[in-house]
Write a protein that binds this ligand. Structure first.
Ligand SMILES: Cc1cc2nc3c(=O)[nH]c(=O)nc-3n(C[C@H](O)[C@H](O)[C@H](O)COP(=O)(O)OP(=O)(O)OC[C@H]3O[C@@H](n4cnc5c(N)ncnc54)[C@H](O)[C@@H]3O)c2cc1C
Ligand code: FES
Length: 499
């Protein structure tokens, strides 16, 4: 089965065209995922003229690959965040994530968006290692910040009657692209212009005006919000504080009510997650995810899906036919909070990136916070998410995540994966050495070769082939390139050098 998400069939803004000439506006938003589209919504509601521009289709980035858990806590564990940020900042973080869910709830209601939004309980349950004390630690940490939590024993999964569980009320879920379709429609009704298939190549400032350059024209604006999942305005500083991880999801059919509609995840490392989504004819979909690894460090999706499927079939009774499988990236930050606010090197450019698996709520936090900053207002979340912050207590995570670029550059002296291009099968990609250089080689189904430099166009890390998604992944900061070398995930903006 090839990669396709459960949400992907929804076209969020079919009427969008591509940029064809220079335009001017108050605020330009680069990127149309949940962060960008939500920002466009908040800003236009404050009376600003807004243009939103995307490299591909509207909301076709990581938002179209999510698993749609709206979590008002820290998904890297409240106890872990408290160790780094202390309980006051952790409480503020959880309150801001909860406020994001409240905002989604209000918007879908006010704009009459039919997006399957529902409030649900979330269950964190002990994984197979019953000796782990994560549940105890998490209970104490969540209580300390005053968030609602209840402790139980037993889960509605096979063999889990003795597992210790934390139940969190008032979590939520929705259909992300149905939601964004409604938000985009509301934006358009408020005068927002959408441009798709228009890659932004450069963002700069000149005398207080922001210039967003594309091959098809320049957008001049008083403010820009860079919501490209991984920032394209900051070249390096923020990226050293994040790390990309690939995560895998499968969807299966299940009879309605066979499993209580709730959000489930376990304490294993990496953790498994389970959500439900209404389907047609009294059949629902169960989404099962996990098997995360650092981007580019494995190319064994089949094995990972096999393990996920075995885990799901063992735990969930009545699991039917597999309907979808897909993968995507999340950006873990070294202190578990995203980077939202004024871009450290700029005056009128704002960023929203870094999500640690909570990118949906982070996207909406970004929309609320960046809108306040654009309007010249102060905001209690400003310091918590400040892109320029240096979280000293996260030094261990900083060092751990920045080993990747060092390892990546060392790969340039290693031999290629194939001796000769003749060994490359149709549909296969591999790294081949040519003299001193490494080449990212792909042979398409018709037999034609596509040869590009294996050096990422962001800051030069060594690329890795991803056979499941048929693309080149960069392990350092999450850029992805298609087989022809075009960037398909930020922070890269330039294509790979042709060889
Ligand atoms: C499998 C999976 C499961 C997940 N599960 C959850 C979950 O349960 N809960 C949760 O909260 N989060 C989850 N996440 C994370 C969350 O979905 C993402 O972090 C979030 O959707 C990112 O939104 P975004 O708007 O920041 O980025 P995106 O949706 O990626 O949008 C960025 C947009 O910017 C555009 N862009 C990039 N570069 C340029 C350029 N140069 N010019 C113009 N446009 C550009 C892209 O084309 C894209 O459309 C999951 C992610 C994955 C992959
Ligand atoms: S994404 Fe930064 S070097 Fe590749």
């Amino acid at each position: 089965m090839t990669s396709k998400s459960l949400w992907a069939d929804v076209d969020v803004m079919p009427a969008a065209g591509s940029l064809a000439e220079d335009v001017e506006c108050d605020v330009v938003v680069v990127g149309s995922g949940i962060a960008g589209t939500s920002t466009a919504y908040e800003v236009c509601k404050r009376g600003k003229s807004v243009v939103i521009i995307d490299r591909g289709r509207i909301a076709g980035g990581m938002t179209s690959r999510t698993s749609a858990h709206l979590a008002p806590l820290c998904d890297d564990l409240v106890s872990e965040m408290t160790k780094i940020k202390g309980s006051d900042a952790t409480k503020l973080f959880c309150d801001s994530q909860a406020a994001a869910i409240d905002r989604i709830e209000v918007i879908q209601e006010q704009e009459e968006i039919d997006c399957d939004f529902r409030r649900l309980d979330g269950y964190l349950f002990q994984g197979r290692d019953m000796t782990s004390d994560i549940i105890d630690q998490e209970m104490d940490a969540v209580r300390e910040i005053g968030a609602p939590v209840h402790r139980l024993v037993g889960m509605p999964f096979n063999g889990c009657a003795n597992r210790h569980v934390l139940r969190y009320p008032r979590q939520a879920t929705f259909h992300p692209l149905k939601y964004l379709s409604g938000v985009a429609r509301a934006c358009r009704n408020n005068g927002v212009t959408f441009f798709r298939d228009s890659p932004v190549e450069e963002i700069s400032e000149d005398n207080g005006i922001v210039l967003v350059r594309t091959t098809r024209g320049v957008i001049r604006a008083k403010h820009a919000v860079v919501a490209t999942n991984s920032s394209i305005s900051d070249r390096f500083a923020i990226h050293t504080k994040t790390a990309p991880y690939r995560t895998y999801v499968m969807a299966f059919e299940i009879k309605r009510n066979a499993l209580p509609d709730a959000l489930y995840w376990d304490t294993e490392e990496p953790y498994h997650y389970v959500r439900l989504q209404p389907g047609p004819d009294r059949i629902d979909y169960v989404l099962v995810g996990g098997e995360d690894h650092k981007s580019g460090e494995a190319d064994d999706a089949d094995e990972r899906f096999k393990r996920l499927k075995a885990w799901a079939r063992e735990l969930i009774s009545g699991l039917g036919r597999e309907t979808h499988r897909w993968s995507g990236q999340v950006l873990d930050t070294i202190d578990y909070a995203g980077f939202i606010g004024q871009d450290p090197g700029c005056k009128n450019v704002y960023v929203a990136m870094g999500d640690s698996g909570q990118g949906l709520t982070h996207g909406v936090v970004g929309a609320i916070l960046n809108t306040a900053l654009i309007m010249g207002e102060d905001h209690p979340w400003k310091e918590l998410y400040a892109p320029g912050r240096i979280p000293l207590k996260a030094a261990k995570n900083f060092v751990m995540e920045n080993v990747t670029p060092v390892k990546s550059f060392a790969e340039y002296v290693a031999p290629g994966e194939l001796h000769s291009l003749d060994d490359l099968r149709r549909g296969q990609g591999a790294i081949v050495r040519r003299g001193l250089e490494k080449i990212a080689a792909y042979r398409d189904e018709a037999g034609a070769l596509h040869l590009n430099s294996a050096s990422c166009s962001h800051v030069g890390c060594h690329l890795h082939w991803n056979s499941f998604e048929t693309c080149w992944d960069c392990p350092c900061h999450g850029s992805m390139f298609d087989v022809k070398g075009q960037p398909i995930n930020a922070p890269a903006v330039a294509p790979l050098d042709k060889r």
